[in-house]
Design a protein. Structure first.
Length: 279
């Protein structure tokens, strides 16, 4: 069993801090779902998962997962529950913590792939919201997610955890100025829509008008103040999600899910879709 004072434990513990993540280009993925996705993922032709810390109990509960991690070349460390709790930083740690290589994609590669549906997070500061929007984009079948240079770190442990493995499923670009994002996606043939509660256009009206079926990028703004005027001015249209009841507004993740699924439905109007499960 690895010592709590081991250099490997200390190195993994430091990944809770953004500056160390950036320096080492490594991040933490906690729990069986995230670790399972990391095992299956490759970054630049190399396995994304480099190390796995597991309690003895978790190793017994997930023997196939631990074996797959070992088979992929990851170093396996058996550790105490206290060490895992320290590394995972969650209230109820699940006994598995992976160390993974950074996996973001260059924005130019995303634009060159001619995506049809992209979520852009501009000035999103809450890591839980960022991870949840990434999960929504994945579920809606988006081709990519872009985090602008003013948004939260993709590799924040809370963002990774909130994505529930989706961080490993689709290309994500990080640290891109919003002006460059808009111009690059527009050049790639996407219509750029800004989601804002004060938008002059209504999502229902856009759907009724048949304007949502083409390649689309949605820009989602800050949780508290939305999108600044200069960002709204970059978009082809500013669209609000209609509120038919008495609620004051929708939170960021909910609004993103509505917008992304509206585009996905319009783009797949003649096809089918997978069923949705809730967790």
């Amino acid at each position: 069993m690895i010592s709590p004072r081991s250099p490997r434990v200390a190195a993994a513990r430091r990944l809770a801090r953004r500056n160390f993540r950036s320096k080492e280009r490594r991040f933490i993925a906690e729990g069986p779902q995230a670790v399972r996705e990391a095992v299956a993922h490759r970054t630049g032709g190399e396995p994304t998962l480099t190390e796995l810390f597991t309690t003895a109990e978790a190793a017994e509960r997930y023997p196939d997962l631990v074996a797959a991690a070992r088979g992929s070349g990851a170093r396996i460390h058996t550790a105490s529950a206290e060490v895992l709790a320290d590394l995972s930083q969650t209230v109820t740690p699940q006994g598995l913590v992976g160390v993974c290589r950074f996996l973001d994609s260059p924005f130019e590669e995303i634009a060159a792939a001619r995506p049809r549906l992209v979520a852009v997070l501009a000035n999103v500061r809450d890591p839980g919201n960022a991870g949840t929007v990434l999960r929504c984009a994945d579920a809606a079948g988006a081709d990519a997610v872009v985090l602008t240079d003013a948004s939260v770190d993709l590799y924040n442990p809370k963002a990774v955890r909130a994505s529930v493995g989706s961080v490993f499923h689709l290309p994500v670009a990080v640290g891109v100025p919003v002006e460059r994002v808009v111009s690059g996606l527009r050049d790639a043939g996407l219509r750029v829509l800004a989601a804002d509660g004060a938008g002059e256009r209504d999502l229902d009206g856009e759907l009724d008008a048949g304007t949502m079926g083409g390649p689309t990028a949605w820009i989602f703004g800050n949780e508290a103040w939305g999108l600044p005027e200069e960002t709204r001015a970059l978009a082809d249209a500013v669209v609000r999600v209609p509120v038919h009841g008495k609620a004051e507004s929708l939170n960021l993740a909910t609004a993103a899910a509505v917008c992304l699924y509206a585009s996905a439905r319009a783009q797949r109007a003649s096809g089918g879709c997978r069923s949705v499960t809730f967790s």
